[in-house]
Design a protein around this ligand. Structure first.
Ligand SMILES: [Zn+2]
Length: 107
């Protein structure tokens, strides 16, 4: 992902409109690009600092961002793991069906 694409995705992140794949790519760029990480933190603080009723200076936004990103990562990994498991089950089921079909055709 390039920085321009990342920046254009920040509003979607803030509105929680990501698919798992989009979130995975978003998080990967966030990990590898310091500039975009800074940009993301600023946009996040502007978004939540202005909409929530709290003292800006009293609140540790960076910690909140870290926690939120950690949870997002966990969800992405969880979803990917589950989809891999269901793919394996799907393939195994098809193999069993094909073997049964082959068995009955030979009879
Ligand atoms: Zn970047």
């Amino acid at each position: 992902m390039v920085c321009n694409e990342f920046e254009s995705m920040i509003p979607m992140y803030l509105e929680k409109k990501f698919s798992t794949r989009q979130m995975e790519r978003f998080l990967a760029h966030l990990d590898e690009c310091r500039e975009c990480r800074n940009e993301f933190e600023i946009r996040y603080i502007v978004e939540y600092g202005l909409t929530e009723d709290m003292e800006f200076s009293d609140y540790n936004f960076i910690k909140r961002i870290d926690n939120e990103l950690m949870e997002a990562r966990r969800q992405v990994n969880d979803t990917i793991r589950k989809s891999r498991i269901s793919m394996v089950v799907y393939i195994a089921t098809n193999i069993v069906v094909l073997l049964c079909a082959g068995y009955f055709l030979l009879l």
